[in-house]
Design a binder for this molecule. Structure first.
Ligand SMILES: O=C(O)c1cc(C(=O)O)c2c(n1)C(=O)C(=O)c1cc(C(=O)O)[nH]c1-2
Length: 238
């Protein structure tokens, strides 16, 4: 495929299977969940947020050039902070604090759904074990994330009296960080996927990533929407 057709094929995967289409997100954004269900979402997604720097660090260690490592190091700072300003993980905890969850409990991961754990761990493992090209391609769901973040922030502010601009502050920097991440990653993938096999591997990596985002919401829906099957040990709303 020519690079533009390849990019269109990547984008088509998002149109079909990005988690913006998941029923749990529709409920979340449309104000159809109660506070306890929003707590369950934030608690579980903490594990995704906290694992992103671990997957980026493992990829960073395998990047062969200074330029590539410097670019990827920025992601680590976005999530872990640079010591002067809070990073994304800390800002996510401001959200769980704002929702009234105990911080030690959130960070302990004791209340996590098994489905969340398996899906997030699969992402970290994929990035560690697959080629650098596939690992970078798997980050490309961020091509679609600014749309869902805009939708989520507007919907949640409008529909829930228990969230505010301050509790949702995690998302604002993502609107500039994600396009910056994507500009680099998409250019890298388009230049390095120079055979049909490599392009197919990138498309598969992006499908895998969409699937693991989707699976996290399936787990939430099953436990906290319907039929309400909360696995043993997982967060039980007060
Ligand atoms: O709010 C969202 O729906 C959403 C989705 C994604 C994504 O598509 O993977 C990320 C984020 N947020 C996000 O905040 C974030 O930091 C992030 C990093 C990555 C990644 O794969 O490296 N994806 C995402």
């Amino acid at each position: 495929m020519a690079p533009d057709a390849f990019e269109a094929a990547l984008r088509a995967i998002g149109d079909e299977r990005y988690h913006i289409h998941h029923p749990f997100h529709h409920l979340l954004h449309d104000g159809k969940l109660c506070k306890a269900q929003v707590q369950a979402w934030a608690l579980n997604r903490y594990y995704y947020q906290a694992s992103i720097p671990a997957k980026d660090a493992s990829l960073l260690a395998r990047l062969p050039t200074t330029d590539l490592r410097r670019e990827w190091r920025r992601r680590l700072e976005d999530h872990d902070g640079d010591g002067s300003a809070p990073g994304g993980v800390e800002r996510w905890l401001a959200l769980t604090d704002g929702l009234g969850l105990d911080r030690d409990y959130v960070v302990s991961l004791r209340g996590l759904l098994p489905g969340t754990r398996f899906a997030v761990d699969a992402y970290v493992r994929f990035v560690r074990e697959r080629s650098v090209l596939e690992a970078i391609a798997s980050s490309l769901t961020e091509m679609f994330s600014t749309n869902i973040i805009r939708l989520r922030v507007a919907g949640m502010l409008q529909n829930y009296d228990f969230v505010s601009e301050a509790t949702l502050a995690y998302f604002k920097p993502r609107l500039t960080q994600a396009p910056q991440d994507v500009a680099f990653a998409l250019d890298y993938v388009k230049r390095h996927a120079d055979t049909a096999e490599k392009q197919e591997a990138c498309l598969d990596a992006l499908r895998f990533k969409c699937d693991l985002l989707w699976a996290q919401l399936d787990a939430l829906h099953l436990a906290y929407v319907e039929p309400g099957l909360i696995p043993p040990g997982a967060f039980v709303p007060a």
